[in-house]
Design a protein around this ligand. Structure first.
Ligand SMILES: NC(=O)c1ccc[n+]([C@@H]2O[C@H](COP(=O)([O-])OP(=O)(O)OC[C@H]3O[C@@H](n4cnc5c(N)ncnc54)[C@H](OP(=O)(O)O)[C@@H]3O)[C@@H](O)[C@H]2O)c1
Length: 215
C-alpha cells in the first residue's frame, strides 16, 4: 500500500519504520517543508521518503500522528477524500483542558467533524510508540497482540484491518467511531496488551456498559 504519515515524532516514525518493514511505500511529512525533515527521515526511517505534506495526497491510508492539542493546525485539505487513521489521544496534563474533548464522546468523533470529508478510522492510539516494532508477531503466533479499530466506514475499516495485520497485529473491529471511547486513555484496553480473543471480550463488556448507560 501507499502509506502517508503526517507527523514525524515518536509515533509517526515508529509506524513508518514498521510499515517500511512490511513492504509498504511510505511517505512522511510534518507541517514543515520536506527539506527540514529529509535528514531525520534518512537516518531514523530508512526506506521512507520525506515529502511536503501536500504530497501525501493519493496515499491509500494517511496516518495522523500529531499531538492532539495541535489538531486545529492540521491542513485538512491534504486529508480530504482519504482513509485516515487517527492515532491521537487526549491527555489533559499534556494537551491542556480542551472543552471539546471533555464531552464524553470519543475524541475521534470530534476529530472526524473537524477533518470533514475523510474516512476516519481510530487505531494505533493504544500502543506505546516503543512497542510498535517490538510487539509485532506473524499471524497465528500465540504471542500476537491485538489492536482495536473503530470507524463509521466499513470499507475503510477493512483496509485498515489489512494494514494493521501487515504490521504484525490482529485487528479487532470495535464497531463505530463512537466505540473508540472504549480504548482511549484510562481504559483497560488502553493500558494493556491483549490477544484478539481477550480484546473481543473486553470490547463486548464495554459495549454492554455503554448500552446500559445509554438506556
Ligand atoms: N507516545 C506514544 O507512545 C503514543 C502512542 C500512541 C498514540 N500517541 C498519540 O500520537 C500523537 C502523536 O504523539 P507523538 O508522541 O508522536 O508526538 P511528537 O513526538 O511530539 O511528534 C509530533 C509530530 O507532529 C508534527 N506536527 C505538529 N503539528 C503538525 C501539523 N499541524 N501538521 C503536521 N505535522 C505536525 C511535529 O512536527 P512539526 O511540529 O515540525 O510539524 C512532529 O513531527 C499524540 O496525540 C499521542 O497522544 C502517542
Amino acid at each position: 500500500m501507499k502509506i502517508g504519515i503526517l507527523g514525524a515524532g515518536r509515533v509517526g516514525t515508529a509506524v513508518a519504520r514498521q510499515a517500511v518493514r512490511a513492504g509498504h511505500s511510505v511517505k512522511i511529512a510534518t507541517s514543515r517543508p520536506a527539506s527540514e525533515i529529509k535528514l531525520l527521515t534518512e537516518v531514523i526511517v530508512p526506506g521512507a521518503v520525506a515529502v511536503d505534506k501536500e504530497e501525501l495526497r493519493g496515499s491509500d491510508i494517511i496516518i495522523v500522528a500529531v499531538p492532539l492539542h495541535k489538531y486545529r493546525s492540521i491542513d485538512t485539505s491534504v486529508l480530504a477524500g482519504h482513509v485516515v487513521i487517527d492515532t491521537m489521544n487526549y491527555w489533559a496534563p499534556v494537551d491542556g483542558i480542551m472543552e471539546e474533548f471533555e464531552s464524553g464522546h470519543s475524541t475521534s468523533e470530534v476529530i472526524a467533524e473537524f477533518f470533514g470529508d475523510v474516512r476516519l478510522v481510530k487505531t494505533l492510539n493504544h500502543i506505546g510508540y516503543g512497542d510498535i516494532e517490538v510487539d509485532s508477531y506473524p499471524a497465528g503466533d500465540p504471542k500476537r497482540r491485538a489492536l482495536a479499530v473503530a470507524s463509521d466506514d466499513d470499507d475503510a475499516t477493512r483496509l485498515v484491518i489489512n494494514f494493521i495485520d501487515s504490521l504484525g497485529y490482529d485487528a479487532v473491529n470495535a464497531g463505530p467511531l463512537s466505540a473508540g471511547k472504549t480504548f482511549e486513555n484510562g481504559t483497560e484496553i488502553f493500558n494493556g496488551r491483549h490477544t484478539a480473543a481477550q480484546m473481543r471480550e473486553l470490547l463486548d463488556q464495554c459495549q454492554k456498559v455503554l448500552a446500559g448507560a445509554n438506556a
